[in-house]
Design a protein around this ligand. Sequence first.
Ligand SMILES: *[C@@H]1O[C@H](CO)[C@@H](O)[C@H](O)[C@H]1NC(C)=O
Ligand SMILES: *[C@@H]1O[C@H](CO)[C@@H](O)[C@H](O)[C@H]1NC(C)=O
Length: 350
Amino acid sequence: MAPPYAASPYVLSLLLLLSIPAVFLLAPRLIPPRTLPTIPDAHETEDLALFRRAVLLSAAPSSSSPSFFRRAHQPKVAFLFLTNSDLVFAPLWEKFFAGHAGLFNLYVHAAPAADLALPATPSFRGRRIPGKATARASATLISAARRLLATALLDDPDNHFFALLSQSCVPLHSFPTLYRTLTAGGRRRRRSFIEILDDEPTLHDRYYARGDDVMLPEVPFDRFRVGSQFFVLARKHAVMVVRDRRLWNKFKLPCLVRSKESCYPEEHYFPTLLDMQDPEGCTKFTLTRVNWTGMVDGHPHTYQPGEVSGDLIKELRKSNGTYSHMFARKFAPECLGPLMKIADSVILKD
Ligand SMILES: *[C@@H]1O[C@H](CO)[C@@H](O)[C@H](O)[C@H]1NC(C)=O
Ligand SMILES: *[C@@H]1O[C@H](CO)[C@@H](O)[C@H](O)[C@H]1NC(C)=O
């Protein structure tokens, strides 16, 4: 006679068979969807310390030189270069900066491992700040921009405008024209030049790139904005960005692997934050012209040497806004020669 438990293997197999559909039904709920890499905690901690110092020092007038006694300095423009390759256009920028010492500062953020030679030209020498690795489709580009802003806030209280640029950006006007445009509002009405759009067709997919409802309650969909990654911020807005923890806690969340194509956090964080906190203080358009016609893999058109001409510069300056464009991207490194040829006769001539 068979022992009573002899039937159990059959019961077990039956149970296993029955459970297969259950696994398929439940798995998507039990296993979280795969995400792109997150920002390392150590980087977060270091950044936080830097941002805190920047906010503290920007909030209180420095005790060694109370603002009451300080000579009214000319406001300076901080040029923030966010780069992952050589700054090949440095000679053109040197021409742009020449003769305007005292009205600008320059800061370069590059990944520590990036084997790039900082230009040995006078304005760029020694201006590299401690950087960390950046990658597309992650919030690391936001972190790098905030690191640049914080460093520039701390470095010089006379930095009143903060222009974020990349290695493929070039100037379209002279320094005095840029300076006049930025300071036109006067001391009381310093505005930021940042694109802020709310009606782009990609907005929905980009909002849900980190998963359903994860942006709530801080960022409801109808407050989510998009704009150019490159901007010029007024000092009060630079402080606002460096002080923010609330929105950053949402925007730093990694995108889901399946949403990689919709993952451009750096195009959303700054416009969303500033539109929430001070919409009137922003022009809502960028001074940096970019050509999205014929976009490839999320990259705009890259101008080649054969396309560079005085007419191109004049065309790129044109804008639908009140102000003409001051910078343009992207230019291939080989454009340096042709750009230098028209620097004095077109680019820096107004
Ligand atoms: C924009 O790029 C396209 C090629 O993708 C080019 O044909 C067009 O001339 C460019 N527009 C301007 C204003 O440079
Ligand atoms: C100006 O607006 C028109 C129409 O919306 C658009 O086609 C054109 O590209 C815009 N030009 C610039 C320089 O933004």
